[in-house]
Design a protein around this ligand. Structure first.
Ligand SMILES: [Fe+2]
Length: 297
């Protein structure tokens, strides 16, 4: 008997490379004296949930794998190389090695085409996986022992309107869900997004000097608190009604689509999200949150 595939949980799992830098894993070249502990401890709690869920696969949608034409999917079984953050090469030069669930990636791509999206498999064996994908995956599962599906962020919310672009992400989410169910995978979704994205333009001399870390913008901070409070109450519909205004006023990175993709795939559950922690990184607002669909009666 084949098991029915399902989405076990979704995580809001932001990707500031500073978090990896603060952890000093052997894969990352630069060394730090710590920093951004609130968020790193938040990820530690999220890791414990992931350990309990035991998924077959992690799917991640990253704003820093930008594709102009269509939605792309990692399509090479084994990928290895060095991922460098172009903005913070002083903090993130990470030697990655990962396994891709190519069968599921191909199914996601096929289902995306089925709902009228442009889908494309990425088959370059020397592809450098972007720092957003790597940071989110490292922070949630530093053991790297669960296969992944990497999904690009098509630029549609930027060259179309926010609403039109996010409508595409909604379709991408539904397609992703169908692929997971068809293939019988037990999947966890990762939305690699920061909330308020107003940031400082200068880095302190010691990047991990936490006496310099705080929200860059008070209005943006208030927006983050409003959105997080609604998510904690399970008021998903209200969050999505507010989303375009939030994006505009807080310059929120959820514009790039991961958050909408994940909620669409989960069926926009009116389920209280568990906040593992919140913190700023160069002034931007970051929340690590979890929606455990297996906990639903
Ligand atoms: Fe980002």
């Amino acid at each position: 008997m084949s098991t029915q595939g399902q989405i076990l949980a979704g995580f809001l799992a932001p990707h500031p490379p500073h978090l990896v830098y603060g952890e000093n894993p052997p894969q990352n070249e630069p060394r730090s004296r710590g920093g951004w502990e609130n968020l790193r401890w938040a990820y530690e709690r999220a890791r414990r949930s992931l350990e309990r869920l035991k998924p077959d696969v992690l799917l991640v949608h990253s704003p820093h794998w930008m594709t102009q034409v269509g939605h792309h999917f990692l399509g090479v079984r084994h990928l290895a190389g060095k991922s460098v953050d172009p903005i913070f090469p002083n903090l993130f030069r990470y030697n990655f090695e990962l396994e891709v669930d190519v069968e599921l990636a191909e199914a996601c791509c096929a289902e995306a085409r089925e709902v009228g999206l442009v889908g494309k498999m990425m088959r370059n064996p020397n592809f450098r996986v972007d720092y957003g994908t790597i940071t989110t995956l490292h922070m949630i599962r530093p053991q790297w022992d669960i296969p992944v599906v990497g999904i690009s962020a098509n630029n549609s919310p930027y060259y179309l309107s926010t609403e039109e672009g996010l409508e595409e992400m909604d379709r991408l989410g539904k397609a992703t869900r169908r692929a997971i169910e068809k293939l019988g995978r037990r999947a966890v979704l990762l939305a690699s997004n920061t909330l308020c994205h107003w940031h400082f333009h200068e880095e302190p001399e010691i990047p991990e000097d936490m006496s310099r870390e705080h929200p860059q913008n008070y209005e943006g901070y208030l927006w983050d608190m409003r959105i997080i409070e609604l998510l904690r109450q399970g008021k998903t519909r209200e969050v999505f009604e507010l989303l375009p205004t939030f994006i505009q006023e807080a310059f929120a990175e959820v514009k790039s689509g991961a958050f909408t993709w994940m909620f669409s795939a989960m069926g926009y559950p009116e389920l209280p999200g568990e906040l593992h922690g919140y913190g700023t990184v160069i002034g931007t607002g970051n929340a690590v949150m979890e929606w455990d669909l297996t906990a639903r009666a």
